[in-house]
Design a protein around this ligand. Structure first.
Ligand code: PMP
Ligand code: GLN
Length: 383
């Protein structure tokens, strides 16, 4: 995150999106959709602005959105929440994550166990909280963590086990065994599970299983999600978290001094989205599965080895068969070489973990089908 001279670097997404703009390359780097989500969601926001829903909403979130989140958790996961005690609306999953870690971490003796590679904001939020990060590798090609390595990493010093399922950047969905072991270890060492499930509706085969629904988990789990991925509204930054009321209260105490409240006209719009029929949710998972299949086949045809994702926006490809030895270098050259941007997995690793992902590249499938087809057509030049 920080250079030797103390400079904080721009995020890899800012850097690679700038490179895409500069070179005119197709941006399969930063994960954001290039098409709008459901019209009814967009219309609700437009109407809310026109109707004067433009001042500070309540601190926990609007009552309507809190109820919509509770109904959603009940409908999809059979989790019963008290809308006004167990839920907090946040400025995206990013704020939910930062506020949660700031609330739960006491100081440098606390440890956060995280699966590596991990979404880049995790290391930054952990650093802000002052905790020590302890990593458990999730390895190519299936990216399921090893249970022995996991059980060695979790100790009585562990304050938080930080989960991301479905996973960015790997596209993995944790197995039932991994989920069960996380809950067992959290109970044994009295740790809290913080789980980022922003890709909950982008599971390709079967349904997402929140770790909070595992036996014994709920009372020690904070579940984070966001409207950004599900409704293709990443720029709205409406996220939320849910968990036992005392944990949510502690996180609210931090959130009120970070952003206070957020996104008044977007809250009714996301509530409308969360109440859409089951068909809508099935259709977005199906569409992304099809796009990921086209992307994966194209990457294989271009000469990459490919890890087949089980969910999320992302597909990981190994550039080693194309002669690459350093994904960072490979990705910096790729836009000018082929007109396509991808993100090196080294951007999601600690310096110690880089060797595990040295030649791996993340490509985003959350783009129009014709854009993905054009991108893989360009990548075919690599052969
Ligand atoms: N967690 C993960 C795993 C993500 O991929 C992202 C980014 N898109 C976020 C959190 C941030 O979500 P938001 O935009 O809602 O803050
Ligand atoms: N979550 C998206 C990604 O991983 C974008 C994140 C960002 O731009 N900070 O690509």
């Amino acid at each position: 995150l920080v250079d030797a001279d103390g400079t904080i670097r721009p995020t890899i997404f800012a850097e690679m999106s700038a490179l895409a703009a500069e070179t005119g390359a197709i941006n399969l780097g930063q994960g954001f959709p290039d098409e709008d989500g459901p019209t009814v969601v967009l219309e609700t926001a437009r109407r809310a602005i026109a109707d004067g829903v433009n001042q500070y909403p309540p601190g926990r979130g609007t009552s309507d959105l809190l109820h919509a989140i509770a109904e959603h958790q009940q409908r999809f996961y059979d989790i019963a929440l008290d809308p006004h005690r167990d839920i907090l609306v946040t400025a995206g999953a990013t704020e939910a994550l930062a506020a949660t870690l700031l609330a739960l971490i006491d100081g440098p003796d606390d440890e956060i166990v995280v699966f590596e590679p991990f979404y880049d904001a995790y290391a930054a939020a952990a650093a802000l909280s002052g905790a020590r990060l302890v990593t458990v590798p999730s390895r190519w090609p299936d990216f399921q963590p090893d249970l022995d390595e996991l059980s060695h990493a979790v100790t009585d010093r562990t304050r938080v086990i930080l989960v991301n399922d479905p996973h960015n950047p790997t596209g993995a969905v944790f197995s039932a065994e991994v989920r069960t072991e996380i809950v067992r270890l959290a109970e044994h060492h009295d740790a809290i599970i913080v789980t980022d499930e922003v890709y909950e509706h982008l599971v390709f085969d079967g349904r997402h299983v929140p770790i909070a629904s595992e036996p014994g988990a709920w009372s020690r789990t904070v579940t984070i999600s966001s409207g950004g991925k599900t409704f293709a509204t990443t720029g709205w930054k409406i996220g939320w978290l849910s968990g036992p009321a005392p944990l949510v209260d502690a996180i609210l105490a931090v959130k009120q001094y970070l952003t206070y409240v957020n996104g008044a006209p977007f809250q009714p719009a996301i509530a409308t989205g969360l109440r859409m029929p089951d068909d809508f949710f099935a259709s977005i998972a199906g569409a992304l599965r099809d796009k990921s299949a086209i992307l994966g086949a194209g990457l294989r045809a271009a000469g990459f080895d490919v890890s087949t994702p089980s969910g999320s926006y992302f597909t990981v490809a190994d550039a080693a068969p194309l002669g690459a030895t350093d994904a960072d270098e490979f990705c910096r050259a790729l836009p000018r070489r082929t007109g396509v941007v991808g993100i090196p997995l080294t951007a999601f690793s600690t310096p110690e973990g880089r060797s595990e992902v040295a030649t791996l590249v993340r490509f985003a499938a959350c783009k129009r089908t014709d854009v993905i087809e054009q991108a893989v057509g360009r990548l075919a030049l690599l052969r």
